[in-house]
Design a protein around this ligand. Structure first.
Ligand code: SF4
Ligand code: SF4
Ligand code: FES
Length: 199
């Protein structure tokens, strides 16, 4: 099928996501997990409507725009809030996106967030540094339905303070965790990382 992306005709296979035919930034989407449509970074305009490119299929004749002024402002604002609420020191891709979209987090002043949360080291293999968590939920999905099916991670809390953790906040060795490392692999910000990387 054929559609137009930023005025250029492109071909797509039936069932392809807009993400596959349009270059847009992503955060919550990961090809090995079911997470999508959460972070809104990949929003595009399709036939005049805002839709997440990671959760929307291409259609014949669709007109897609990915870099309108409104979309650029939206991404800039989302990135500024991520920066203000989260420690992005180990998320170089997000820092590069902030530069690309001219993010100026200082214009918002102080906002509540996860910065300052204590690093959890409760097992010999990896730590959980939720001050760096952007709440993409990839780890929860990788441990559950997406890859492992053991459900050692879950999501607790609401709004800005919602965060992934273990069931009842138990130490990892007291959960069904088998230390497979899949959650670390899919974490985009270093919030989950191997202890072997620590100096
Ligand atoms: S390391 Fe543990 S918590 Fe992480 S995906 Fe594997 S089983 Fe789940
Ligand atoms: S710990 Fe990492 S993978 Fe899990 S929700 Fe936070 S940022 Fe996403
Ligand atoms: S990557 Fe599409 S909404 Fe997060």
């Amino acid at each position: 099928m054929r559609l137009r992306v930023n005025g250029k005709e492109v071909e797509a296979r039936p069932g392809a996501l807009l993400l596959e035919v349009a270059e847009v930034p992503t955060l919550c989407h990961h090809p090995h997990t079911e997470t999508r449509g959460l972070c809104r970074l990949c929003l595009v305009e399709a036939d005049g409507r805002l839709v997440p490119a990671c959760a929307t299929e291409a259609r014949e004749g669709m007109e897609v725009r990915t870099e309108t002024e409104g979309l650029r402002t939206l991404r800039k604002t989302l990135l500024e809030w991520l920066f203000l609420t989260t420690d992005l020191a180990q998320a170089p891709d997000l820092l590069a996106l902030m530069e690309r979209y001219g993010a100026e987090p200082e214009r918002w002043g102080e906002v509540p967030g996860r910065r300052g949360r204590e690093v959890l080291k409760d097992n010999p293999f990896y730590l959980r540094d939720y001050a760096k968590c952007v709440n993409c939920r990839r780890c929860v999905d990788a441990c559950g339905d997406g890859i492992m099916g053991v459900y050692a991670l879950t999501l607790e809390g609401r709004g800005l303070l919602a965060h992934p953790t273990t069931p009842l906040d138990r130490p990892l060795p007291e959960t069904p965790c088998v230390f497979c490392g899949n959650c670390i692999q899919v974490c985009p910000t270093g919030a989950l990382r191997p202890l072997s990387m620590e100096v």
